[in-house]
Design a protein around this ligand. Sequence first.
Ligand code: NAD
Length: 276
Amino acid sequence: MEIQGKTVIVTGAARGIGRGIAEAFARDGASVVLADLGAVAGERAGPWNYKLATLGDLATTAVDIREQGGTCLALEVDVSDRASCQSLVKQSLEAFGGIDVLVNNAGVIQSGPLVDFAESDWDRIFAVNVKGIFLLSQAALPHMQANGGLIINIASVAGKQGFPDMGAYCASKFAAISLTQSMAAELAEFDIRVNAICPGNVDTSMWFDHLSKSERQQRLYGTDTVEDTFRAVVGATIPLGREQSPADMAEAALYLARADNVTGIALTVAGGIVMN
Ligand code: NAD
């Protein structure tokens, strides 16, 4: 696929990996819809165990991309809500006339021992990480089936291997990969390719505001700052010995956009944490 002139929706684009992917597509000449929780959707998503992106984060990302010469539109969405997903697709089509690439990147985490893991946290993780992919893809499909395109689901190394205290998150990411494969098989006849990216350890809020503070990471690696704890985990667990970045994930997304014969894969970008 030639990226120049295409329309790309990226969820969870206000910050972190989503922002990195959105910036890369904009740099290569795509019109990008930056979709993330805003004020209303944020309230509807309920209290979370770490801060999700604000409307201000979303606006800042849009300003930065425009200052770099990119074309983008910032829209609020809660991917766990059907009406919100349908509204996002409608507004995207009105603004840019098409949807060529959908990047289902929005995701949440909660970790801790299963013995007292809250059922509400389990449900919320699945509502965003799994049902969110289903709802937004379903909303976009009537348009995409008529024109072909690409869907990229951001899964995780936690979708390829189980990790302690991460049962709900791992299960949701395994589900994201199996959903990717089913979608790829089902949508091939419409010339829609569907792939996943499996990041390793990326220095985003998910790590600094949640995982680095978790009881297990503190016990195993705890240092004075969450950044140092993150780096200690990276040093101990990643064979290449270095963390991954949003730019690494953007590179993988651009590759998948250009790789016209690649569908149904879950591309691991993780310095060797898992090797499949
Ligand atoms: P992040 O918390 O910085 O970004 C997640 C984004 O998703 C936030 O902007 C948040 O507001 C948004 N979001 C959450 N719930 C939403 C909802 N209901 N509707 C719309 N947007 C919503 O974390 P990140 O590390 O950039 O995570 C991006 C993706 O990468 C996630 O799917 C995550 O599971 C995955 N991932 C991250 C890592 C890592 O090491 N950081 C590793 C593997 C996979």
